[in-house]
Structures are given as structure tokens and as C-alpha cells.
Write a protein that binds this ligand. Sequence first.
Ligand code: ARE
Ligand code: CA
Length: 599
Amino acid sequence: EPQDASGSVLFDPSRRADVNLVEGDGQIRLVFRLRLRQPGVTPRVEWRQAGWTTLSMEDVGLLGEWAVFQAVIHVQDPARPVVYRFCLSGPEGERFFGPAGLAPEPEAAGSFQLHPGTQASFPVVAWTRGRVFYQVFPDRFANGDPSNDPPGTTPWGGAVRPDTGSQYFGGDLAGLIDRLDYLQDLGVGGLYLNPIFSAGSSHGYDTVDYLRIDPRLGDLDTFRTLLDEAHRREMRVILDAVFNHTGTGFWAFQDVAERGAASRYKDWYHFHGFPVNVEVPNYEAWWNVPSLPKLRVSNPDVRAYLMGVARYWTRLGIDGWRLDVPNEIREPGFWEEFRLVVKGINPEAYIVGEIWHVEPEWLEGTCFDAVMNYPLGRDALVPFFRGKGGFGARELDRAVQRAVLAYPEQAVTMNFNVVGSHDTARVLTALGGGNLGVEPDPGAVRRLKALMSFLFALPGVPVIYYGDERGMLGEKGEDWDAQRAPMPWDEGAVRAGAEIFDHLRKLVRLRRQHPALVGPVVTRLALDDAQGLYACARGGGGEEVVAVTTREARRVHVVLAGLTGRFRDLVRDESLHAGGQGLNVELDGPETRLIVKES
Ligand code: ARE
Ligand code: CA
């Protein structure tokens, strides 16, 4: 990344997280972020479209070891370039930062130029605002049609074997349709479905036919009904796009398996030789799993085929895509093209990439709208609330700031905030709740409620993995299959289930009603490692909400200085008044309080 030779300034004009053009409310804002690693330095931005203007930059937090400073300018005339540079004043006096680096004179530093018209437009998909997603693993959610159950289907509630692929529980789209009222009651506004196209296994990641619903799940009519019924309930539906690899049952692979080198599809994969051998694979496969042969996406025919798949389902009326292992498709321009194809049909489609680490290059407005935000949910909130491994309030604070500052604000608001998924430990098990078959530990239930309240107070789209709302636990073991048990539908299967459900239902509604919970800015108010306590302010839509959380299993309290007036706790539904010292907040930990300013 471009930085000053002294290693104290970091700014990359080609990175959207550093220079972000935000359109909305009839105006265009340019958000500059400069990263500094030198205490006592105050930066300003100097810019001009007409005459030079100087603007101070605000310290907005830490990104790793870098302090991030931000300034926002309003662009009057998008047709004219914006010329800018930074001015740093510190112990060494005034220095200027531009394309030539740091210099004592502005002329020597030079100026950056941005043509507002040339940066890709990156609008927030409006319907994601205030929504909560729900992830469904179709074979394990609900069985609405026993007639399509594959032979050997395990009875609902039976044990999950450690090779998910070959084990079926009979869940299907009809079952999901039956349960839409249940999901509506919970309040979710979006469904993410694990693969539903015809495949060779119950998880569906080994696609056999991209243009057909897997018969064990239903057919095109069932899927159309699902879409209609979901849309009627104000729920959007996104599907899993598995484009890196197919199953060995896919027709192109089958053709090569039959004809070998004579097949016209021999260049659809990466074969090392012929005939095809699936026992000892002589082709590239996802993580060397023989059942997942890797497609050769650099082949224009393959590429065109996959774009056709995207087109087909997007035209059919789905609301977006979750992309499987998109980082493993490295062909330049592939995801850019995918975005154009999908958004060309439905500009409001929501595109979520399965990226596990903080990698802002995917969220520049040219590829995805969001990523599966494991770094925030699973890698920060879970260890914080679990209270182990030296992950304290300070680490939580760092992770929250990173989630906000690593990405442009559009992506921050749309990010897909998972605390667990079909690929990770169940959140309640990770919090010490125990393994499937027992009543979850009550302390872990409290930690889960506190965690969820806090998640729902952060920017991004909160995601509930099916069953988490009923206190579902994972099977023993950290492997992927352990988190895919069939949904326990009978009331009372988990006694704490009702309490968790009610809590989440309340949170889902709060997020819809309070725009302050949705905006991209998080301002830290308090951090106390000894009390495992963290507080931040959230604001937007003319509203201010304070989130205060502790993971400690005891009473703790904090005085939030500078707050005056009357407040209301949205979770407990009680009033609070600020005194002369500020707002005194008591917590019955582990707990998260969400407090809105009333006057
Ligand atoms: C099956 C068995 C497993 C067995 C595996 C290998 O179920 O028990 O270990 O085979 O033999 C799908 C199914 C899996 C199935 C797999 C292969 O869901 O059940 O496993 O196909 O048949 C990495 C990838 C990430 C990937 C995860 C799982 O980067 O993209 O691993 N996630 C997607 C899907 C999966 C899916 C596939 C990919 C394949 O969501 O469900 O698997 O299409 C770190 C790393 C991550 C890594 C993560 C987890 O944090 O940074 O890169 O993710 O750990 O390992
Ligand atoms: Ca069925």
C-alpha cells in the first residue's frame, strides 16, 4: 500500500475505504480517511473544486495500529475534479502529504485528483436497512412433504452422522413455506438458503444441475410459491451460488468422464490427464475433495454458462446471492461481470461474498455489497462474550472499530453479520451452552442474549442461523456437520427456547423501529476491561441510542459522562434519567442495554 517512507502515513487514493464517494439524499459526499501512526499529529485535508478550502479531520478510531482520521466534503459539481492533499501539523511543524509523499511544502507533496464521475457508484441496497436475515439449511429446517424424502431418510431428530453429505433428513421447500408464518412472527426480513439446486449430497455444494431445484426439495413451482409467499410477507430470498466447482454429476463433467479427451467439455475443468479418475482424482478439486471438481472459469464458455445461471434465477425474482468461496475464483473481472449481470436485472439485488477475513478489496462497489462478517461476529463477539482467551473489552473495541473502518460505509451498513453458520460452531455451544441433547447452560443463554443485543446494535445486517432462536446447540465437535441438526420444532424441546425467541423477536423489531441502530457510525463511550464493559453511541435519523454491554456475570455499573436528559431502555422497557455526572447505567451481567434518548 502506498505510504510515506517514514511509515507513519497510510493513504491509498485507489481504495474506496480511503476515498469514498457516497450518493444519497440528493447529495454527494466524499469521505476521506487517512491513517496515521504518529502521536501528536493533527491532519487536515485541503481541497478544491473552485477555490481551496481547508477542513480538519476527525479522529474516528483505530484500524490495527493505525489511527484513522476522517473528513467529509460535499461535492457540488460531480463533473469537476476534486483536487486534494493533506496537511499534518505536529511536533516537527507542518508537513504536506500528496502523491509524492510527505514534504515540507505543498508543491513538493503534490496533489491527488479525483474525478467524482469515474468512481463506481456504490448505493446501499435500500431494503437491507433495518432487516434481519435468517439462514436456512434446507434439508434440516422442516419437512413439509414426506413424498420427496430420499430413500434411507433419517427420522427427524435422529443423530447427525459426521458425513453430512450422504445423510438426509427430508427437509424441503414445502416445509419452509409452511414455516414462513413462524419466521414472520420472529420478524426476519430476509432468508439465505444454502444450495437448493439439484446436487449429489444433502448440503448441495456439489451441483448436478444449476437450472433445476433439487427434487428432494421440491420443483420450480414450489420454489416460485416460496418466493411469492416470502415476498408477500416482506421477506427477501437470496440463494447460494456455487460457481467455483460443480459436482461430479454435472453434465459437463459426466461428458468428459464418458468421452475423455474427445469431450467438447474437456476444457471446462482442470484435468491433468484422461481418462477421468474420480477415485484418485486427476483433476483439480476444491480443497482436493474429489466430489467437487474445480471449473475452469477462464474458459469463456464456462464463464458464459455461469453468467447464464445468474441471469436465470435473478430474472425469476430472487433478491440476491451468497457466493461460495468467491476468493477461489481468481479470473480477473469475473465477479465484476457477475455484479453487472445481476444488478442489470435487479439493481436492488444483494450480493454477499463468502469471505472469512477482513479483505476490503471485495467491497469497493465493483464486486460484492457485503461479506460474511465472521471477523466481527464469530471472531470477536463470540470470544468476548464467552469470556475466555484474553479477548476483553479492549479487543472487542478494536474489532468493532475495524469492522467500521476497514470498509466503506455502504459495505459497513450492508455487511452480513454472522455469529455462526453451517460451517462453524453453533453460537450457543461456542458460548459454553453445551452439546445437543442437553438443556443449555443458563449462563450461556444470558451470554447469547447479551451478544445478540449487542450485535443488533451494530451496523450491518444481523443474521440468525436457523435454530439459534430456539436455543439449539451443536453436536459435539467443531467440525462443520455438527451444526446441522434438524430443527427442534416441538415446543419445550429446549426450555430456554421461548425466552431466546422472545428476546430475538424484540431485537428484530427494535432494529426496524430505530434508525439509530442501523447507521454506519459507532462512537465509543466507555471501555472497562476489569468490568468486561463496553459502551458506544449509535446515531442516525435524528435519534441517539447508547449500547452498554458487559460479559461479567455480576452487577456492574458505569457513569456515561456528558449525557443529559431522559432516556428509555428499549430491551428492559424502563426509564432512566441522567444526573449531574451523566447517565448512570447498571447492568445485571451478562447483559446489553440499548438506551434511547427521549429528551
Ligand atoms: C465435507 C464433510 C466434512 C469434511 C469435508 C472434507 O462434511 O466433514 O471435513 O467434506 O472432506 C460443503 C459442505 C461440507 C463438505 C464440503 C466438501 O458444506 O460439509 O465437507 O462441501 O464436500 C473454508 C473455505 C470456505 C468453506 C469452508 C467450509 O474457505 O469457503 O472452508 N465454505 C463453503 C461452504 C461450505 C461448502 C464449501 C465451501 C464447498 O460454506 O459449506 O462445503 O463448496 C478458516 C479459513 C476459511 C475456512 C474456515 C473453515 O477461518 O480462513 O477459509 O473456510 O476456516 O474451515
Ligand atoms: Ca421431504
